[in-house]
Every structure is written in C-alpha cells, then in structure tokens.
Design a protein around this ligand. Structure first.
Ligand SMILES: Cc1cc2nc3c(=O)[nH]c(=O)nc-3n(C[C@H](O)[C@H](O)[C@H](O)COP(=O)(O)O)c2cc1C
Length: 144
C-alpha cells in the first residue's frame, strides 16, 4: 500500500493544526497508509518505506524551528532519492522554514512539489481547507 508520512515540528500548535488537516485529507483516499507524527517522536523508520514525505515546520528567529533539526539529521542517513516531498508551515513575517525544508529535501534527492503550503500565524479556515486538499491530492497521486 502506498504510504504518506507527515512529520512536523510546531511550537504553539499552529503547524500541527496544518499537519492534522493534511492527514485528514490524505485519509479520505482509500488504500493509502497515512502516518502523522511530531518530529520529536519520529525516526527514519517512519519515512523509509514512505512514497511521499510531507514535512512541516514553523519559523523562529529567522530559522526553521530547532526541534526539526535532529529528525532532519537522521534523514541524511536514508536513501530518499525520488520520494515525493512537500513542505508546509506557519510563520509570522519572514518564513525561512519553508525554503529551508524544500532545500533540505532537494539535497536528499527528493522530488519536491513546490511551492509549499503556508499559514501566517494561526491557520484560518481557508488555510486548513488548503491543507486538507493538499493531503488529499498527494494521496490521490500515490494511488493513480
Ligand atoms: C520567539 C518567536 C520568534 C519568532 N521568530 C519568527 C521569525 O523569525 N520569522 C517568522 O516568520 N516568524 C517568527 N515567529 C512567528 C512564528 O513562526 C509563528 O507564530 C508561527 O505561527 C508559529 O507556529 P507554530 O505554532 O507551528 O510553531 C516567531 C515567534 C516567536 C514566538
């Protein structure tokens, strides 16, 4: 069964809300295994057999949230070549997290769908809907 792994790091729960909406959208497609995890609890086991890896992180002090770093470091050990990658996250004003996640995934040889999906501060209903549709679309793509 195709698998989509959604891994996120979120300080105040805003990027987590986006992650949950992406997972809910993906779960509407039958025959796709959907995994949702906080980066703090995630390991390479969670992505090694995934076809699509959806990574979320917010921006703090002009950088990707630090709690994503250990997980990204672990990913360097895996062969992620040709897996599909998508980035998302909430930010306030500068939003470095999304380009950082995209460039890290590209450096792993992943096929990254751009642009990522963003929220400014607390995701509103339209952004949550966008995330839901993102999850649905990626999952649909895996079953096509
Ligand atoms: C201490 C602090 C530093 C922040 N630094 C940045 C920043 O440099 N650039 C930016 O775009 N947003 C910044 N933000 C805004 C957060 O990215 C934004 O509030 C986001 O919604 C947090 O999402 P999260 O709950 O998923 O962590 C900062 C927020 C705080 C509290």
């Amino acid at each position: 069964m195709p698998k989509i792994s959604i891994i996120y790091a979120s300080g105040m729960g805003r990027t987590r809300q986006m992650a949950e909406a992406i997972a809910n959208g993906a779960k509407t497609i039958d025959g796709v295994d959907v995994l949702l995890k906080d980066a703090y609890d995630a390991s390479i086991e969670d992505v090694k057999d995934a076809d699509a890896v959806v990574l979320g992180g917010s921006t703090y002090n002009y950088k990707l949230i630090k709690s994503m770093d250990p997980f990204l470091k672990q990913l360097e050990k895996l062969d992620l070549k040709d897996k599909i990658g998508v980035a998302f996250g909430s930010y306030g004003w500068s939003g470095e997290s999304i380009p950082t996640l995209i460039s890290r995934m590209k450096s792993f040889g992943m096929k990254v769908i751009e642009p990522g999906t963003i929220a400014i501060q607390v995701p509103d209903a339209a952004t949550i809907e966008k995330c839901f549709r993102l999850g649905r679309t990626v999952a649909q793509g895996l079953t096509a």
